[in-house]
Structure formats: C-alpha cells, structure tokens
Design a binder for this molecule. Structure first.
Ligand code: BV8
Ligand code: ZN
Length: 245
C-alpha cells in the first residue's frame, strides 16, 4: 500500500465531520479468529456456517449448534485484539477530541473491539458471549460453565441460545436504528474486513453513498463494494489501519 495513499486517507479521516466505520470478520483474522470465508477447521470442516447459524439448525439439533458456538467462544477467549482493533479505538478518541461524530458498527460477534477500547460499539449481529432463552427470550447469565448441551432457561425451562442474529432473523431494533442513522449522516464511511455479501449490513455503505459520503475500503481482496469506493486500500487491517491514525 503506497505511503501517499495512507497520508491522503489520514488527512481525509482527520477532516471528517461524521465518521462511520463498518467492520467484518477480516479485522479479527489477524487475532487468529477464522473468518466465515475460510474453511472451518477440524471438527467443523464439513459444516457451512450459513447452515449452522440459523434458527432451523438450532431447532433441529440444538446440541450441535450450541457446541459450535461453545467451540467458537473457546477460540475467542484465547485471542487478543490486534493493531487493527487498537487503531480504530484511537481513531474514535481522535474524532471525539475534535468534536467529530464517530460510530463503529461491527458484524463480528467476538467482542474484540470493546476489549481494544472502542466504546459504544454497535454489535449489528449481537455478541457470542450473550445468551437468551430460545422460547421466552429471557437473557441468561453470560458467565455459566461451558456445558455440552444448551442450558435450560430459569423461567420457562426452554433451551438457551447464543445472543447472536442468525440468518433469516432481524437485526436488533436499536442496532439497526443506530447504524442506519449513522450511515445517513456520515461524510466518510470506512469499510474494513468484510466481504460485503451479508445484508442488511452490506447495505450500510450504500446508504452512506446515497447521502453523499465518501467510502474507503480496507481489504486485501476485491469485494462487490470495491468498485463503489472512492479509495481502496489493498492490505490487511493490522497493516493498514495503524497508518491511518
Ligand atoms: C435478514 C452472526 C430478514 C452469527 C451473522 C436467502 C436465504 C436466506 C436469507 C437471505 C437470502 N438472501 C439474502 C438473505 C438475507 C441474509 C443474507 O444476507 N444472506 C447472504 C448470505 C446472501 N441476511 C439475513 O438473513 C439477515 N437477516 O435478512 O432478516 C428479515 C427481515 C425482516 C423480518 C424478519 C427477517 C441476518 C444476517 C446475519 C447473519 N449472522 N453473524 C454468527 O456469527 O454465528 S452473519 C456473519 O457472516 C458475520 O456476522 C458477517 O456478517 C458475515 C460474514 O461476512 P464477513 O464479516 O464479511 O466475513 P467474511 O468471512 O465473509 O469475509 C471476510 C473478509 O475479510 C473478506 O473480504 C476478506 O478478504 C477480508 N479479510 C481477510 N483477512 C483480512 C481481511 N480484511 C482485512 N484484514 C485481514 N487480515
Ligand atoms: Zn425461557
């Protein structure tokens, strides 16, 4: 990635009045969390995440889906945020120090942005460490020992489920509202580490474009969003983002 592109982008970010940052699994890749596009490792190799991350899969085989999330939680507990996460936390501080607006929307459920110091993160697809009853929706204790089968709800005895948004499920109202408002208001939208395939998250940069914002993509590969961007920084989050703050 050429140095002047970083310098230009740094200046563009420093001049933004309202910054929207949208992240996907790619920003956690350098922390060691496999992205959705990479083959699942080991036991999970034969499963396609979009088949497991569904209410149907949970209804059909709660133990299988529960243990997939248990496996992912155990992976995530072992990793640390990477310089890409840290750079976005600094970017938020710098924006707020100059009274600019800053909203971070993540599709990731790993909670790593908050661990890196980002505040008021909009978790568009929920958080893997949250859980709620699949029947009465009562939130559960997120600590709980990691057990093989879904624990039973203390109120109604129904099976607990991970507090994430599955395919075919709607985005939590508050997250959807915060993200779409930020997209409509921003003058700069930074899109990091997402294949831009899953909706409605992938629609957020389109809302920003329609509102006249500039869109910058950070991704080692081309995505369907790339041709719509003002600038594309072809590199990884941990390589590129620290040079932008
Ligand atoms: C909804 C939480 C409707 C769970 C996730 C047909 C059938 C069924 C549904 C649909 C359909 N067609 C469209 C839909 C809608 C569907 C959808 O968009 N499907 C896609 C596949 C076509 N969307 C939904 O179902 C959504 N809900 O539409 O509800 C509705 C409306 C009203 C009322 C009722 C219902 C809900 C979608 C949310 C699903 N949940 N996650 C969990 O995590 O287990 S999605 C999950 O996959 C992630 O959260 C993320 O959003 C997505 C993966 O995408 P990415 O994050 O981009 O990751 P990916 O691996 O794809 O790409 C990584 C990128 O990083 C790559 O570009 C790579 O180049 C880059 N990269 C790699 N390394 C690095 C890097 N970048 C930087 N640095 C690096 N080092
Ligand atoms: Zn219940």
């Amino acid at each position: 990635m050429v140095a002047e592109a970083a310098a230009d982008t740094r200046a563009t970010i420093a001049a933004a009045k309202h910054l929207l940052v949208l992240t996907g699994a790619g920003i956690s890749a350098e922390s060691g969390v496999p992205t959705f596009r990479e083959a699942q490792t080991g036991l999970w190799e034969r499963y396609d995440p979009s088949q497991l991350a569904t209410p149907e899969a949970f209804a059909e085989d709660p133990e299988l889906v529960w243990s997939w999330y248990r496996w992912r939680r155990s992976l995530i507990r072992e990793v640390e945020p990477n310089p890409g996460h840290a750079a976005l936390a600094h970017m938020q501080e710098a924006a707020e120090a100059r009274d600019a607006g800053f909203t971070l929307v993540t599709q990731n459920v790993d909670g790593l942005h908050a661990v890196a110091g980002s505040r008021d993160v909009v978790e568009f697809h929920g958080n893997i460490f949250d859980e709620r009853c699949s029947r009465c929706h009562r939130p559960g204790a997120t600590s709980g020992p990691e057990v093989e089968t879904p624990p039973s709800c203390e109120s109604c005895g129904g099976p607990m489920r991970p507090g994430v948004v599955w395919f075919g499920e709607r985005i939590p109202e508050q997250a959807l509202e915060a993200a779409t408002t930020a997209a409509g208001r921003c003058d700069l939208c930074l899109v990091v580490g997402t294949s831009s395939l899953v909706h409605p998250a992938a629609g957020l940069p389109e809302i920003a474009l329609a509102a006249g914002a500039r869109v910058i993509e950070v991704n080692p590969e081309t995505t369907p969003l790339s041709p719509r961007c003002d600038r594309v920084l072809r590199g990884t989050a941990a390589q590129v983002l620290p040079g932008l703050v």
